[in-house]
Structure formats: C-alpha cells, structure tokens
Design a protein around this ligand. Structure first.
Ligand code: CAA
Length: 378
C-alpha cells in the first residue's frame, strides 16, 4: 500500500531548501555555468545548513535523512541549478558504499572528513569500464597489511573537489566481477592526483574530472566489505542513488514547466498571450503530466527503499522516466520560448543542456531498461 503524506519536518526542510535554491543558487547559476566553475561559496552555505551530505547517518554526525526526504530536497536544489544539486547528490552517492558495507570505524573516518565541510567522489567509471562496470582495470595488489592501487578513473563527479573517494578496483582481473573490491581512499594519500577536468555540455557548475591512483598505498582497513564484494556494493549503491537522479530530473522538469507557464502568460502574439492558444496549452499539459508522473515514481522507489522492501526495479524506472521527461520537457520549453529559448540570455537552454547527462550517468537509460527487464523476468 503506497500512502504518501509528508511530515511537518519534511515540509519545513523542503521550504528552507526551496528558498535557498531560489534566492541563492538560481541567481548565480547562469554566470557559474558560463564560467564552468564549481560553486564553493554555495557549498559552504549548504554545509552550514547541515545538508551537504543528506544520507550521512545521525550517529555519524549527519542529518540521516531518509530517501523520500532526500528526493524532496534534491528536487528543490535542482530547480535552482542541476549542477549544484548533482554535487550534493554525488556526495551522497560516494557515501553509500561506506554506509552499506563499512565498519563502524570506517564510517567514523569517512564521515569525519565529510563533517569538516568536505566532498566525496564515487570512483567506479574508467575509460573502458562505463556501462560494463565489471571490466574495471584499476588494480589493488595486497602487500603485507596494505593494498597498492594503480589505475585511472574518469568522469568522476566531485573528482576535482573531493577530499575522500570510494574507489572500485580489481584484485584479480581473471575473476571478472568476482575480483572487484571497494575501498575508502583519502585524497591526501601519496599517489592520488586529479587529472583532466571535463569541459561539459551541461552541469557545468559541478566538478567532473579524471582521478588517478599511482602506486597508492592504503591500509588493509580501508577495504569496504570483503574482497570480491565490490561489484555487489557498486550495484547496491547505484540502486540507492538512482531515485536521487530521478529527483534531479523532476526538479529540472518542474523548473521547465514553471518557467514556460510564466512566459506563456507574458508573451503576446496575434494580440493575446500565447497561453491562450491550445497548441501551447496542450504542450504545457503534457509537460505537467510527465513531470508529475515522474515525481510519484521517484517517491515510490524512495519509499520502498525506506520501508526496507525490494526497490531495484522501481529505482531504475524512476531514474529512467524522470530523466527522459527532463530531456523532453526542457526541449519543449525551448520550443515555447521560441528564439528566446535558443538564446543564452534566457535560462531555458541551460535546462536542455543540463538534462542530457541525467539520461547517461549512474547507468544509461538503456542499462536501466536491462535492469528493469531482468527484474521483470525474475
Ligand atoms: N544489487 C545487488 N547485487 C546485484 C545487483 C543489485 N542491484 N545487480 C546485480 N547484482 C549481482 C548479481 O546478483 C550477480 O551476483 P551473483 O553472480 O553472485 O549472482 C552479479 O551482481 C552480476 O549480476 P548480473 O549478471 O545481473 O550483472 P550483469 O553483468 O549482467 O549486468 C549491469 C550488470 C546491470 C549492466 C551493471 O554492470 C550496471 O549497472 N552497469 C552500469 C554501471 C553504471 O551505472 N555506471 C555508472 C557509473 S557511476 C556514475 O555515473 C557516477 C557519477 O559520477 C555521476
């Protein structure tokens, strides 16, 4: 039974984050996007609000928000700037391997870093291991009571600004996914460096970089879970995080709808506001339907997770519909704005650019459909 109503605490948090996103994040987004820089000041502000790592458990100093509340808040941040919201979402993504598989001591160490207003990065992807996450080439070689990490990760969200990483590497490539392991790696270890910064189409306000591990020695106590559990930890992490990507899409889609409604009421052609024309009304109605349907699938997946029920299929569905919707409605918004939608002076073209990555990262929407189909046949 899915009976969703929000608590007063959830509504208060939502209001607070909405105001922050509208008054602080949105007004800076255009310039930051143009410059392609990470908003350090805004990050400090959300750190002061205690919401920079939303899933950080209360016993380790965080807000310990459940997934439904995270979805509500990420949606609000995304209405302000999807890049900034992605930075916060990726902090939570990087924390999940520690939350899911870490010992008490590992959680204390990881969240002590995060607690100092620092960011984390999830290092799974490599140049030849994207959708095929099991073909990771970064190696972890045991040497006494240390592992030595060697390899390069790419497209790492928060890569250039993180102080701690969760890293996936193989102890034996011949074992395929059974050789994968997850590690906690502090940024200040010798041999960890940040490589190329991506010059991206969208989410330009988030840091996306290569992260390189060259002969990096980490204590055996940095292994999360057991040797060979890395792939399972990565998959479970992505399950947890996909509703959050869905929430990014819902926020972006809602922003596109809201801006389009306002513009349609103001823009006069043929002697009346374009909102009076059925061609525009039907487009807006379709956009609103799709965003609302996405929102409830995101809540549904998050609710199942919070209730401790299976949610792999619903998480993939939520991510897919919400990101496809974000793409579709942002293109429609550009159409409603016409030439102004195509101009960089208006905030609409940025929505369209930001939407594209949501169909790609944390598993392309083709991979999501594989995950969903696998679950349907179980
Ligand atoms: N939870 C727990 N275990 C899982 C699981 C899940 N959701 N999914 C799979 N597994 C386990 C299976 O049980 C199986 O274990 P056993 O062998 O012990 O039975 C094992 O993993 C292999 O499962 P499959 O055979 O189903 O795996 P597959 O190889 O056929 O498919 C895949 C895997 C779904 C394609 C997977 O590789 C995948 O999700 N790829 C996409 C990776 C991805 O999302 N990358 C994004 C990078 S992160 C990112 O974008 C971050 C960023 O910075 C924004």
């Amino acid at each position: 039974m899915f009976n969703m109503s929000f608590t007063d605490e959830q509504k208060d948090l939502q209001k607070m984050v909405r105001e922050f996103a509208q008054k602080r994040v949105f007004p800076q987004a255009k310039e930051l996007d143009r410059a392609g820089v990470f908003a350090g000041d805004l990050f400090n502000e959300i750190f002061q609000m205690g919401l920079h790592c939303m899933n950080q458990p209360e016993e380790y100093g965080g807000p310990g928000l459940d997934s439904v509340t995270c979805a509500l808040l990420i949606e609000e941040l995304a209405k302000g700037d999807v890049g900034f919201a992605t930075t916060i979402a990726a902090n939570g993504l990087a924390a999940y391997p520690v939350i899911l598989a870490g010992t008490d001591e590992q959680k204390k160490r990881f969240f002590e870093i995060v607690d100092h207003g620092k960011l984390a990065g999830f290092c799974l992807t490599e140049p030849n291991a994207g959708s095929d996450a099991a073909s990771i080439a970064t190696t972890a070689r045991l040497d006494g009571d240390e592992y030595i990490l060697d390899g390069s990760k790419c497209f790492i969200t928060n890569g250039g600004v993180a102080d701690v990483y969760t890293v996936f590497a193989t102890v034996d490539r011949s074992k395929g996914l059974k050789g994968l392991c997850a590690f906690l790696v502090e940024r200040d270890r010798t041999g960890v460096s940040v490589g190329k910064k991506e010059d991206k189409l969208g989410i330009r306000t988030t840091s996306t970089c290569d992260v390189i591990f060259q002969n990096v020695r980490i204590p055996i106590t940095n292994l999360l879970g057991e040797e060979g559990q890395g792939f399972k930890i990565a998959m479970e992490t992505l399950d947890c995080s996909r509703p959050v990507v869905g929430a990014l899409g819902v926020g972006l889609g809602q922003a596109a709808v809201d801006m389009s409604i306002k513009y349609a009421k103001e823009r006069v052609q043929f002697g009346k506001p374009i909102a009076a024309f059925q061609a525009i009304q039907f487009m807006l109605a379709d956009m609103a339907i799709q965003v609302e349907a996405s929102r409830w699938l995101v809540y549904r997946a998050a609710h199942l997770k919070d209730a401790g029920q299976p949610f792999t299929k619903e998480a993939a569905m939520a991510k897919t519909i919400a990101s496809d919707t974000a793409m579709k409605v942002s293109v429609d918004a550009v159409q409603i704005f016409g030439g102004y939608g195509f101009s960089r002076e208006y905030p609409i073209e940025k929505l369209m650019r930001d939407a594209k990555i949501l169909q790609i990262f944390e598993g392309t929407n083709q991979i999501q459909r594989m995950v969903i189909a696998n679950q349907l046949f179980k």
